[in-house]
Write a protein that binds this ligand. Structure first.
Ligand code: ADP
Length: 247
């Protein structure tokens, strides 16, 4: 593929489920160091877009170019190695392991449980774990078991488990769902810290949070873009108001 100025270029992306186009000829572009938020009513196709980018769902048509790589031809694990991390809504941390161990196990060298339990805990791994723990506000909880963390801390830990792999694109599905206001504010801070080295693509329903973090908002409706731009712009777009208020 041709190199583009964008980190991620989605062009003409389409997927049909039994003839129903959940994503329909969708194109959008994400810059380096950008926080992009995808919003839209239930069933708009938001989750499907993330599934397509991470390779969980295969496109019927279109292309997804990440740097110089065409993701639609790659497997899910190749896409992870290419630098795309995806966090689902429910945290999937290891509850019996400590924060330190959860991060260590996610370090690229120790991706399998066996690998993580047997490889030498060298200084580089420790250092990286400490760095990530600081970013996710858990540096004082390194020896706490996952099970004893709050819901918000579990969400941050899972973000940390992805960050330790240093993805260039991090995709998050409703990261602040179920969080307290103070956790939501800290999550915004977390995102602002981590985009210094990457871009973030977020699905979100919490409009206060969107307002807080989004550089640009893409509004999906029936698998297509209804509106795109700053939060201010899309919020005042009559097409968006009509879809959200239903008249
Ligand atoms: P959103 O995340 O915006 O709520 P989704 O991407 O989950 O929307 O779904 C978009 C549409 O695609 C919905 O109508 C949903 O029922 C349909 N859909 C999603 N995944 C599948 C699938 N694997 N098979 C059939 N239909 C699906």
């Amino acid at each position: 593929a041709q190199p583009t100025p964008f980190l991620l270029s989605v062009e003409g992306l389409t997927v049909s489920f039994d003839g129903f186009k959940a994503v329909n000829d969708l194109s959008f572009y994400v810059d380096e160091n950008e926080i992009r938020v995808i919003i839209g009513p239930n069933g708009a196709g938001k989750t499907t877009v993330l599934d397509l980018i991470c390779g969980k769902t295969k496109a019927t048509a279109g292309s997804i170019t990440f740097r110089d790589k065409e993701l639609t031809r790659m497997s899910e694990s190749q896409i992870v190695l290419a630098g795309v991390g995806r966090k689902f809504q429910t945290p999937s941390i290891y509850e019996d392991l400590t924060v330190f161990e959860n991060l260590e196990i996610s370090y690229p060298r120790g991706r399998s449980v066996w690998g993580a339990l047997t490889f030498k805990r060298d200084a580089a791994v420790r250092e990286r774990v400490a760095e990530v723990a600081e970013i996710i506000f858990l540096k004082d909880k390194l020896h706490e078991r996952g099970a004893f963390l709050s819901h918000g801390q579990k969400q941050w830990l899972e973000i940390g488990m992805l960050l330790i792999q240093e993805p260039d694109l991090l995709m998050l599905d409703e990261p602040v769902a179920g969080m307290s206001v103070s956790e939501r504010i800290k999550t915004a801070e977390l995102l602002r810290t981590i985009i210094k080295d990457r871009s973030v693509l977020v699905i979100e329903h919490d409009m206060k949070f969107v307002e807080d973090i989004a550089h640009k908002v893409t509004v999906l409706h029936q698998g297509r873009i209804l509106s795109e731009g700053s939060m201010e712009k899309v919020q005042s777009d009559p097409k968006v108001i009509e879809v959200y208020l239903g008249h």
